[in-house]
Design a protein around this ligand. Structure first.
Ligand code: HEM
Length: 505
C-alpha cells in the first residue's frame, strides 16, 4: 500500500486520529518555541554597502576569500554582506565553521549554485555540488566504493606508483638534455595525474581522441584543457542576474553562450572517451565506468558521464595545486628542504620512498599540512543555502540566506595561528599539536560533506613531494622568489613554478 494511502487510512480511525492531532499540537509548540528563541538572538553584524547592489563593488577582484578575511578583522568571525538582493553570511573562524558543518548542518545542507556552476554540473549532478538527498548518498557510496575509499585506493596503488615513476623519469630526462634550464614541473605532473584519473575512471589511459561532433582530434593536453582547466575558469564566470533574480527575464546571451559552449565541448569529449574505451574493453582494467554501468538503469547516461567527469576534474586539480606550492616553498627554503631530505634518507636509506613509509615521515606530513593551510586549495566552500531559521556564532540567521565558509579565513586567523602568513611546517610538529589530525587546517572541510578525496590527495601529494626531494635538489631563480599570486576557483599558482633541479648523487 502507498505510504500516503496508509497514513490517510490510519488518520481516519478515531484513536489514531486523536494521537496524530496531539502530536501535531506538540510539534507546533516545539517549532514556535524554537522560532521564538532564535528570534531573540542578536542580528548579524553587517558590512556596509551601497543601496541595491550591496557589497558587490567591494568584491570585484575575484579573490573574495582575501576580502572576507580582511573584513573579519573589523566585523568579527561571522557577519553578513549583501550581493545585490542576496544576503550572504560569511564564516571565518574554526569554531563557527564547525558549528555550521556539524551542529547546524540540517538547516544548511543544500547548495546555492551560481548560474555557471549550475550549468557546468548539469544542475547538481555530481557528489560535491548536490544537495543532501538520495542521489547524493548513492553517488557518494559509488565513488567511495570504486575510487576513493581505502579498499579502492589499495587496488589503485600500482597506478599511483606509475604516476610518480613517470614524473621522476621525465624530470631526469629534462635535466640530462638541458641541465641549466628551469623545468615547468606543473606541465609534467598535471598530465600524469590526469592520466591516473583517466585510468581510475575508464580503465585505460588515452593519449589522443577523435571527437566526432567537434570534428577534431585532441591530444591528451587538449582533453585536459577541455575537461578540467577550461571548466575551472568557466566556474568563476559571473552572471550578474544571479545577484538580481527579479531581472532574470533580461537575456545575458554572451554569458550563456560561453558556458554552454564549455558544457557542449565537455559532453562531447566525455562521450568520445567513454565510447573509445568501451570499444577497447578487452585491453582495459576493471574501472568506475564498468561499475556505474552495472548499476543498470539506476543511473541515466548523463548521470554516469557527470560522475566520471567529477573524478577526472577533482583528481587532476587540487593535488597538483598543493604539490606545486609545497615544492615552491621547499625550493626557496634550503634549510627546510635539507631537513626533509635528511628525514627521508634516515627512514628509507638508499631505497626509493614507498607509500608504506609515509607514516614514518612526520616532517613530510607537516609540510603537506602547512601547505594546505597557507594556500588552502579550496579557499571558499561552494555556497550553501539556509533552508530554515537557525543560529550561528550566537547570531540569528534567517532562512533564505546563503552561507560562505571561508576556509582561507580560518586558516589565516591570527587567534589560532601564530604569524599565519608564514609557511612554517614546524607548527604541525609541535608536541602540543596532534600532528596526525587531518582536519586541523579545515582545508578538507568537515562534517558530513568533508572531502572524500582526502586520502587520495594526501597520498599522491606526499609521495610526489617526498620522491622528488629524495632525487633532486630544488632551487629557483631570484625573480621567482616572491611569485605567490593565485588564480581560479582553486588557489592555483598564477605563474607555474619554474625550478632549477639537480639530481642528488
Ligand atoms: C588537496 C586536495 C583537496 C582539497 C584541499 C579538497 C578540499 C575539499 C573541500 C574543502 C571539500 C568540502 C566541500 C564542502 O564542505 O562542501 C571537498 C569535498 C569533496 N572533494 Fe575534495 N579536496 C581535495 C582533493 C580531492 C580529490 C583528489 C578528490 C577526488 C575525486 C576530491 C573529491 C571531493 C568530493 C567528491 C567532495 C564532495 C564531498 C561531499 O560533498 O560529501 N577531493 N574537497
Amino acid at each position: 500500500m502507498d505510504v500516503l494511502v496508509l497514513s490517510l487510512y490510519l488518520l481516519s480511525t478515531p484513536v489514531v486520529g486523536a494521537v496524530a492531532a496531539l502530536s501535531l499540537w506538540f510539534l507546533k509548540i516545539f517549532v514556535d518555541r524554537k522560532w521564538k528563541s532564535t528570534q531573540k538572538l542578536p542580528p548579524l553584524p553587517e558590512v556596509p554597502g551601497l543601496p541595491l547592489i550591496g557589497n558587490l563593488l567591494q568584491l570585484k577582484e575575484k579573490k573574495p576569500h582575501k576580502t572576507f578575511a580582511k573584513w573579519a578583522q573589523t566585523y568579527g568571525p561571522v557577519y553578513s554582506i549583501r550581493t545585490g538582493s542576496n544576503t550572504v553570511v560569511v564564516l571565518n573562524s574554526n569554531d563557527v565553521v564547525k558549528e555550521a558543518m556539524v551542529t547546524r548542518f540540517p538547516a544548511i545542507s543544500t547548495r546555492k549554485l551560481s548560474s555557471a556552476v549550475k550549468i557546468l554540473t548539469s544542475d547538481k549532478s555530481i557528489v560535491a555540488m548536490s544537495d543532501y538527498n538520495e542521489f547524493y548518498k548513492t553517488a557518494k557510496r559509488h565513488v567511495l566504493t570504486q575510487v576513493l575509499g581505502p579498499t579502492a585506493q589499495r587496488r589503485n596503488r600500482i597506478l599511483r606508483d606509475t604516476l610518480i615513476d613517470n614524473t621522476s623519469d621525465q624530470l631526469h630526462a629534462l635535466f640530462r638534455n638541458r641541465p641549466l634550464e628551469a623545468v615547468n614541473y606543473r606541465e609534467i605532473f598535471q598530465l600524469e595525474v590526469f592520466g591516473l584519473a583517466i585510468k581510475q575512471t575508464l580503465g585505460k589511459d588515452v593519449d589522443s581522441i577523435y571527437v566526432e561532433e567537434l570534428r577534431t582530434t585532441m591530444s591528451r593536453q587538449e582533453i585536459l584543457n577541455c575537461l578540467v582547466l577550461d571548466i575551472l575558469v568557466g566556474s568563476i564566470d559571473v552572471d550578474w542576474r544571479d545577484f538580481f533574480p527579479y531581472l532574470n527575464w533580461i537575456p545575458n546571451r554572451s554569458f550563456e553562450n560561453r558556458i554552454k559552449q564549455l558544457d557542449i565541448r565537455r559532453t562531447e569529449v566525455m562521450k568520445s572517451l567513454i565510447k573509445k574505451t568501451k570499444m577497447q574493453s578487452a585491453f582495459k582494467e576493471e574501472c568506475y565506468l564498468d561499475y556505474l554501468e552495472s548499476e543498470g538503469n539506476m543511473l541515466s547516461e548523463r548521470q554516469i558521464q557527470m560522475l566520471l567527469w567529477e573524478v577526472l576534474i577533482a583528481t587532476s586539480d587540487t593535488p597538483v595545486v598543493t604539490t606545486e606550492w609545497a615544492l615552491y616553498e621547499l625550493a626557496i627554503d634550503s634549510k627546510r628542504q635539507a631537513r626533509l631530505y635528511e628525514e627521508i634518507s634516515r627512514v628509507c636509506g638508499s631505497d626509493k620512498i614507498t607509500e608504506e613509509k609515509l607514516n614514518q615521515l612526520p616532517y613530510l606530513y607537516a609540510i603537506f599540512q602547512e601547505t594546505l593551510r597557507l594556500y588552502s586549495p579550496v579557499p571558499i566552500v561552494p555556497l550553501r543555502y539556509v533552508s530554515e531559521d537557525t543560529e550561528l556564532g550566537g547570531y540569528f540567521v534567517r532562512s533564505g540566506s546563503e552561507i560562505a565558509i571561508n576556509i582561507y579565513g580560518c586558516n589565516h586567523d591570527k587567534n589560532v595561528w601564530e604569524n599565519p602568513e608564514e609557511w612554517n611546517p614546524e607548527r604541525f610538529m609541535e608536541e602540543k599539536s596532534e600532528t596526525m589530525e587531518l582536519f586541523r587546517s579545515m582545508a578538507f572541510g568537515g562534517g558530513k560533506r568533508a572531502c572524500v578525496g582526502a586520502l587520495e590527495a594526501m597520498t599522491i601529494s606526499r609521495m610526489a613531494i617526498g620522491r622528488l626531494i629524495q632525487e633532486f635538489e630544488w632551487s629557483v631563480t631570484d625573480d621567482q622568489v616572491n611569485d605567490v599570486d593565485t588564480v581560479g576557483l582553486t588557489s592555483r599558482k598564477l605563474q607555474p613554478l619554474l625550478a632549477l633541479i639537480k639530481p642528488r648523487s
